[in-house]
Design a protein around this ligand. Structure first.
Ligand SMILES: [Zn+2]
Length: 256
């Protein structure tokens, strides 16, 4: 593990998803905590563009920081959907600082939002493990349990009410009504949930619009790793195509 000088307000520690960066001193909102740095990669250079790791942080369409270097402590910072920090990109200077957007207490894990593209590509499929998402899941579980219990109660009530309501059609009606009500309750609950989820998403998206470039690019790079094979294959394929007529000219073709 890299050594961190004792005057820094953070340390590397165990987090839910491996290692993370934790505050050791109170960090005030707005403070630049740490710089995210590493060699600058120019995507116009083939050699640079071929570099692939999960610590790439795109500054813009051309420049990307390769943050995989040991000294880049900021690479330990994990993603959160409700972060306490953000990545502040200066495209002109090509620098990135992680800055507190909340007051951070000693012991708190420092995190920032990696951006929607990264989230969709990497975190959504496996389930985001950030506190906010875990809490949300726990809440959903509790609510689902509550709805289930309510349904059971209602079902029991309908059953006990059965002897009172004589005649088959009436029974069916009651049951139908109960069912509709339950599903209504469920739906309205669901929609309100979706709304709040959406709202928080929008908020975090707005917040992270500026900050998302790193992992967005990260994602773009990863996503284009297949696409990047394209250009590589392209010329080769073109070369092969060219080779064929030449070969046939010399009489050694594929029986053309
Ligand atoms: Zn999350």
């Amino acid at each position: 593990m890299p050594v961190i000088s004792s005057n820094k307000p953070y340390r590397i520690g165990r987090s839910k998803t491996g290692l993370g960066l934790f505050a050791t001193q109170p960090i005030k909102k707005g403070t630049k905590i740490i710089r995210y740095f590493g060699p600058m990669l120019d995507c116009r250079k083939k050699k640079d563009d071929a570099i692939e790791n999960k610590y790439l942080f795109a500054i813009n369409g051309r420049w990307t920081i390769d943050g995989s270097v040991r000294k880049n402590i900021a690479r330990y910072i994990n993603h959160s959907c409700r972060p306490n920090a953000e990545s502040d990109v200066n495209t002109r200077k090509r620098t990135v600082f992680i800055r507190a957007i909340k007051n951070i207490a000693p012991g708190d894990e420092i995190n920032y939002d990696y951006g929607t593209d990264y989230f969709k590509e990497y975190l959504k499929p496996i389930g985001c493990k950030c506190d906010s998402c875990e809490k949300k899941r726990a809440k959903l579980r509790v609510e689902a349990r509550a709805v289930k219990a309510k349904d059971k109660k209602k079902a029991a009530k309908t059953k006990s009410a059965k002897p009172a309501t004589k005649g088959k059609p009436a029974k069916a009606k009651t049951a139908g009504k109960a069912a509709t009500k339950t599903s209504e309750t469920k739906t309205s609950k669901k929609s309100s949930k979706t709304k709040s989820a959406k709202a928080s998403k929008t908020a975090s998206a707005a917040k992270s619009a500026r900050t998302s470039s790193r992992r967005t690019a990260d994602y773009a790079r990863a996503a284009s790793s297949g696409a990047r094979l394209g250009p590589n294959l392209g010329p080769r394929a073109a070369g092969a195509a060219r080779a064929t007529p030449a070969a046939s000219k010399s009489g050694g073709g594929f029986g053309a």
